[in-house]
Design a protein around this ligand. Structure first.
Ligand code: PLP
Length: 429
């Protein structure tokens, strides 16, 4: 594969854009090497500026559940563009979007559109604090909720409940209000609530963790958090920016049958445009300005072109059997990865939840952050590059979930597995 044009672009980018990219993971720092620059995308494929083609399991980090550049989404965007790009005044598509989200995710009795997943989580936490009159939030090691100050925090070593910043620029006074505990640990959550339950405004969680590879909840874990929150007057926020409309039409809350107070969305609801949303119980959402006193706003929120893209995509994924087909694809793919690894003598475990999957270079079952971080990341990095060289693009980090779309057909899965059989031999060598 040639990469001259990508290399030249990356050199130009590095001179003017921090790290050469507009979002850190794109720079390939954790897997090594340099990123390719994309010229166009279609169906399950990305095409780079040097003319290389990749079967894509990143899907723009989640939104592209019907494949890239879907004609239905493109047509909806083209039609919307014909009527203008932004109005700064309400438009009909916003109402249709609110009706669609509240119908597909019944725990959302009302919804507010924003422009990214980060905005959605920031806004949901402000609402939780404003509505409960409490300041502390609880999150889980390995979960990512965007780059808001309250989330760039890890567990402190001394006073366990006081978080410390993971990024310069996050004020210690704010990070101390975030407590980070272990995902899937029932006892730790119980002990924390026994200790400081009355201080907690909200627990925010990725119900299936997609930012520490792919970690499904242990049976009853989400229900356990629901009970603790209800008992202690804290709100439960499901961050479904990644899982929403992906692990089931109604998201993780439908798949696991647990009802949060608030939910955050992004990715799929924008159809590839910059969109986020948060929604939940009516009595809470009515506290948001201008209905209530908790302030939140956005110049481009509810943008007509973004709404058109999102609505077109939400229309496509409501086709009967859509999510079952994607789940079947993910299963064939992951079974194939496991078999290919076994044949090459490489320890590998996979997790799949609907159209999300994770590859762990270990022979142990993994459902905790500690388990995910104990895997052989060196082996993953070699596998990543061996796959890329063979025209398959996996997320460039051992800690990111993979995604399948409805554009990944049986031939593409078989082409991926054929590349994997070679790539695992490279890892084993
Ligand atoms: N929440 C989760 C679960 C995410 O995966 C992400 C992004 O990957 C975010 C929030 C932040 O979304 P955005 O990158 O749109 O700000």
């Amino acid at each position: 594969m040639k990469h001259e044009k990508s290399r030249a672009l990356f050199a130009r980018a590095q001179a003017l854009i921090p790290g050469g990219v507009n979002s850190p993971v794109r720079a390939f720092r954790s897997v090594g090497g340099e990123p390719f620059f994309v010229e166009r995308a279609d169906g399950a494929f990305l095409y780079d500026v040097d003319g290389n083609r990749y079967i894509d399991y990143v899907g723009s980090w989640g939104p592209m559940i019907v494949g890239h550049n879907h004609p239905g989404v493109r047509a909806a965007v083209a039609e919307a563009i014909g009527s203008g790009l932004s109005y700064g005044a309400p438009c009909p598509a916003e109402v249709t979007m609110a009706e669609t989200i509240t119908r597909l995710v019944p725990s959302c009795e009302m919804v507010r559109m924003v422009n990214s997943g980060t905005e959605a989580t920031l806004s949901a936490v402000r609402l939780a604090r404003g509505a409960t009159g409490r300041q502390r939030i609880v999150k889980f090691e390995g979960c990512y909720h965007g780059h808001g100050d309250s989330f760039l925090v890890k567990a402190g070593s001394g006073m366990l409940t006081l978080g410390v910043p993971t990024s310069p620029g996050v004020p210690a006074g704010l990070s101390e209000l975030t407590t980070t505990i272990s995902y899937n640990d029932f006892e730790e959550a119980t002990a924390l609530f026994d200790d400081i339950g009355g201080e907690i405004a909200a627990v925010i969680i990725e119900p299936v963790v997609g930012n520490a590879n792919c970690l499904p909840p242990r049976e009853g874990y989400l229900g356990h958090l629901r009970e603790l929150c209800t008992k202690h007057g804290a709100l439960l926020i499901f961050d479904e920016v990644m899982t929403g409309f992906r692990v089931a039409l109604g998201g993780a809350q439908a798949r696991y049958g647990v009802t949060p107070d608030l939910t955050t969305f992004g990715k799929i609801i924008g159809g590839g445009m910059p969109v986020g949303a948060y929604g939940g119980r009516r009595d809470l959402m009515e506290r948001i300005a201008p209905a209530g006193p908790i302030y939140q706003a956005g110049t481009l929120s509810g943008n007509p072109v973004a709404m058109a893209a999102g609505l077109a995509m939400l229309g496509l994924i409501q086709e009967p059997g859509f999510h079952d087909r994607l789940e079947a694809t993910a299963n064939v793919l992951c079974d194939g990865f496991e078999q290919a690894a076994r044949e090459a003598g490489v320890p590998l475990t996979t997790n799949r939840v609907g159209a999300m999957f994770g590859l762990f270079f270990t022979d142990r079952k993994v459902d905790t952050y500690a388990g995910a971080t104990a895997c052989d990341t060196g082996a993953f990095n070699r596998f990543f590059h061996a796959m890329l060289d063979r025209g398959v693009f996996l997320a460039p980090s051992a800690y990111e979930a993979g995604f399948v779309s409805s554009a990944h057909d049986a031939d593409m899965v078989e082409a991926t597995l054929s590349a994997a059989r070679d790539a695992f031999r490279v890892v084993a060598a």
